[in-house]
Design a protein around this ligand. Structure first.
Ligand SMILES: NC(=O)c1ccc[n+]([C@@H]2O[C@H](COP(=O)([O-])OP(=O)(O)OC[C@H]3O[C@@H](n4cnc5c(N)ncnc54)[C@H](OP(=O)(O)O)[C@@H]3O)[C@@H](O)[C@H]2O)c1
Length: 441
């Protein structure tokens, strides 16, 4: 029977504890099991919680938590649909495969789902929200963005009385750690990345993090919540940090900036720009000061002005705390649509026109040590109607090349792109210029 878009989260207080099935017993899954087994009454006013069943790939794998007292399922879909549980927690990860199949199966039955899976929701969130709405199931995902820092709750509940036009921040702790370490230690991207992998701060296959995709999934979700729109990861414009050189970090610092991977979603009427890219951020700005693996977020609302949120964006304890918060919300009977509006009304916003975006930019180039070089560069910028804001020239390097760095005043991104091409075409320039946007925050 079709139901209201607001999921029926009426719990079972005073009856039996809410029975939880956990699929995925890795970093986060083990944290959730540990926490709930040590604190079954963590939300004393609203009811008791007990893990009854689990699923993972390898039943005999050695883990930090003892799973022998829980019913084991080889198949997460069988767990999601089992009568042994009241609420399904998905902590497998990945946008397709078993995570998607199990979440779909639980929601189709009208069973509440709590997940930390940003990839799944950024890509299939609208379809999953429609299923949840049709069956009256809750679908909660606080842990999917900023780990233990309650960004989702803030947008979903705290700011519904305002119109939020922009969210922007640092949403991937691995990238933030790598950039911070490069600056602090003077080591290259490759060196810091392999150390981060050895310490377990970065995945063996780091593409999702360093390619900007993880931050892209998260900002897609925050944008959807902020604007009351369908999440649409395919429309996000994603660039990672692989091409950030140590020299850019140093030169940016000399100019008064720190390079950060910025994820931003901006709304302009029926249009939205959702993008992730490295950006020079003024040293005094709070986003520039969020170092190491911290996450940070600005939210701009018409009435509330600017909010700043900073905290741990990942890790076993914080992420398990966010999963527990969602379980408590479900128990407390909160009734809200998954992305602010009923899923049948949700539309993706149209992607903003790249030609209309503005930015200031940093250019690094290496030029031959000839008279007239500076005039040629200034002329190329003038032809694109770009004004120079600052200019740095370093001494001649071996091979006779001179490093030059300049920053521009804000201009249309099409002008910046044209300037990159115009400078690259100059005979005096040894290689195409490196361009990094300057954050407009
Ligand atoms: N780690 C964090 O700090 C963090 C923070 C925020 C959000 N998240 C999100 O939380 C989710 C889990 O992350 P994680 O770091 O805990 O991952 P993880 O340590 O790699 O754990 C993944 C778990 O899923 C299980 N699994 C994989 N394929 C399966 C299958 N076909 N059937 C059943 N189980 C399967 C694995 O089983 P085996 O153990 O048997 O191999 C493992 O227990 C992801 O969506 C991630 O993006 C993680």
């Amino acid at each position: 029977m079709p139901t209201s878009p607001f999921p029926d989260t009426t719990p079972l207080p005073g009856k039996r504890p809410l029975r939880i099935g956990v699929a995925g017993v890795g970093v986060v899954g083990q944290g959730v099991i540990k926490y709930l087994s040590e604190h079954p009454d963590f939300a004393p006013a609203i009811g008791e919680v007990v893990v009854t069943a689990v699923s993972a790939r390898d039943r005999y794998r050695k883990r930090d938590v003892d799973l022998t007292s829980y019913q084991w399922f080889d198949d997460p879909v069988a767990l999601a649909t089992s009568d042994a549980i009241d609420l399904f927690v998905e902590l497998i990860g990945g946008s397709e495969g078993p995570a998607k199949a199990a979440v779909e199966a639980a929601l189709a039955l009208g069973r509440p789902v709590v997940t930390a899976n940003k990839a799944l929701l950024a890509i299939h969130g609208h379809a999953l929200a429609k299923t949840a709405e049709r069956t009256g199931a809750a679908l909660l995902f606080e842990a999917a963005v900023m780990g233990g820092t309650p960004a989702v709750k803030m947008l979903r509940e705290g700011l519904t009385g305002d119109q939020v036009d922009r969210v922007a921040g640092i949403l991937n702790g691995t990238c933030n750690y790598i950039l911070s370490e490069m600056e602090a230690s003077g080591r290259s991207f490759a060196e810091v990345l392999s150390e981060a992998q050895a310490k377990g701060f970065a995945e063996a296959d780091p593409t999702t993090d360093i390619g900007g995709f993880d931050a892209g999934h998260k900002i897609t979700l925050l944008g959807a919540l902020a604007f009351g729109a369908a999440p649409d990861f395919a429309a996000a414009d994603v660039q990672g940090i692989e091409a950030v050189d140590l020299i850019d970090i140093r030169l940016a610092h000399d100019l008064g900036y720190r390079i950060k991977l910025i994820a931003e979603a901006t709304r302009d009427g029926d249009f939205a720009s959702v993008r992730v890219h490295p950006a020079l951020t003024p040293l005094g700005h709070p986003l520039a000061q969020a170092g190491g693996s911290l996450n940070a977020l600005f939210i701009e609302g018409r009435r509330i002005g600017r909010l700043f949120l900073q905290g741990t964006g990942a890790g076993q304890g914080p992420t398990a705390a966010a999963v527990a918060a969602d379980i408590a919300d479900y128990l407390a009977g909160g009734r809200r649509p998954v992305f602010q509006r009923p899923a049948v009304e949700l539309q993706p916003l149209k992607p903003a026109d790249h030609a209309k975006r503005t930015t200031a930019a940093y250019f690094r180039l290496r030029v031959h040590d000839h008279p007239g070089v500076i005039a040629a560069i200034s002329d190329a910028l003038a032809r694109c109607e770009l004004s120079i804001d600052s200019f740095l020239q370093r001494s001649v390097q071996p091979g006779g090349l001179v490093p030059i760095v300049l920053t521009t005043r804000p201009a249309l991104e099409t002008q910046i792109d044209a300037a990159v091409a115009a400078i690259a075409a100059l005979d005096v320039v040894a290689e195409p210029p490196r361009m990094i946007r300057i954050a407009m925050i």
